[in-house]
Design a protein around this ligand. Structure first.
Ligand code: FUB
Length: 326
């Protein structure tokens, strides 16, 4: 049986890392995390404590190998449109190119999503000079589907500004729906063949309960908050995400990459620290959950560390809930 020596330990301890997007490229594991600064900044609901400036790519030959920090892959000083806050990234491979998708605030303090390219999974990445036209909010996650079409999922409440886009343009005073109204959903758009633009205007994803009723904004145990991830299992599309204020990773399942998705349950119970953010990847026939907590800093929200653990399905395709501390 494969021994997993790094299970539930921080992948690296020499820097703070968060929001791990894990991928298998050329039979190796690459993790694209946020790089938290080693600064003690007071937390607020706007996320001003997350002042990240660059990205490092982590890699492992397999799950028992040492985790390598491949150094700085992209820094905000090299991206003309960015003012601050390089938040949760994701990566994709297509057209013999590696793409790094990342959210950051532009010079007007509005979150946009940028894309950078490299011939290597570890970078360095060269960013496009402008954000993706029509992009907004945070936490991009990209699925390159089996038919080679690619989809980008994104959006986050509160500091992620998704409430401010409900009319289709940025409203600085925009607020979320009443508790009894349908919750705001994440957004999805198909990407153009060159992976650098949206092929279409993003649409809102519908997440419903088993009876087909929309999950409501007041249902904080189930409603979407931030950190979408999309993976496929047995031909079904699994949309997983953070519930934010209730600190869980949950999931919903659908038949189409754009949904609708039926809420199914909880993947990860709360971790140490306010945020929770994850990815799911298959490697050598097993499935793994990459996630973060704040254990390395003794609980500082903005000083997190990336970990992984095995994820298991039941026979009916549901996912077994993981308690990260058992
Ligand atoms: O790391 C900054 C933000 O915190 C991410 O974009 C969110 O998903 C949350 O983890």
């Amino acid at each position: 049986m494969e021994k997993i020596v790094k299970q539930k330990e921080p992948l690296v301890t020499h820097i703070y890392t968060a929001d791990p997007s894990a991928h298998v490229f050329d039979a190796k594991i690459y993790v694209y995390p946020s790089h938290d600064l080693d600064e003690d900044i007071e937390s607020n609901d706007n996320g001003d404590q997350y002042m990240m400036e660059d990205y490092h790519v982590l890699s492992m030959d397999d799950l028992n190998s040492p985790c390598v920090d491949n150094g700085e892959a992209l820094h905000m000083k090299d991206i003309p449109w960015v003012s601050k806050q390089m938040w949760a990234p994701d990566a994709a491979y297509k057209n013999n190119t590696y793409y790094l998708y990342f959210p950051a605030r532009d010079k007007d303090d509005i979150f946009r999503i940028g894309v950078a390219t490299s011939s290597s999974p570890t970078g360095p990445f060269t960013a496009q000079k402008e954000p993706i036209p029509g992009s907004f909010s945070i936490d991009p996650a990209v699925l390159v589907d089996d038919d080679n079409r690619a989809y980008i999922y994104f959006g986050g409440l509160w500091g992620g500004q998704l409430e401010k886009w409900q009319t289709g343009s940025f409203n600085p005073d925009g607020e979320g729906p009443a508790a009894t109204e349908p919750a705001i959903g994440p957004r999805v758009a198909e990407l153009s063949d060159d992976m650098l633009t949206f092929k279409e205007a993003p649409t809102e994803i519908s997440i419903v309960d088993e009876e087909g009723n929309p999950i409501l904004a007041g249902d904080e145990d189930r409603r979407y908050f931030e950190g979408p991830w999309m993976h496929k299992y047995n031909g079904n599309y699994y949309l997983s995400y953070s519930t934010g204020t209730t600190h869980s990773i949950v999931y919903a399942v659908g038949k189409d990459p754009k949904g609708p998705f039926v809420f199914k349950g909880k993947i990860l119970t709360p971790v140490v620290g306010w945020t929770t953010h994850h990815s799911i990847v298959q490697f050598k026939g097993k499935w793994y959950l990459f996630y973060h907590d704040s254990s390395l800093s003794g609980g500082r929200d903005n000083k997190r560390c990336v970990k992984f653990t095995e994820l298991k399905y039941n026979e009916d395709g549901t996912i077994q809930t993981i308690d990260p501390y058992k």
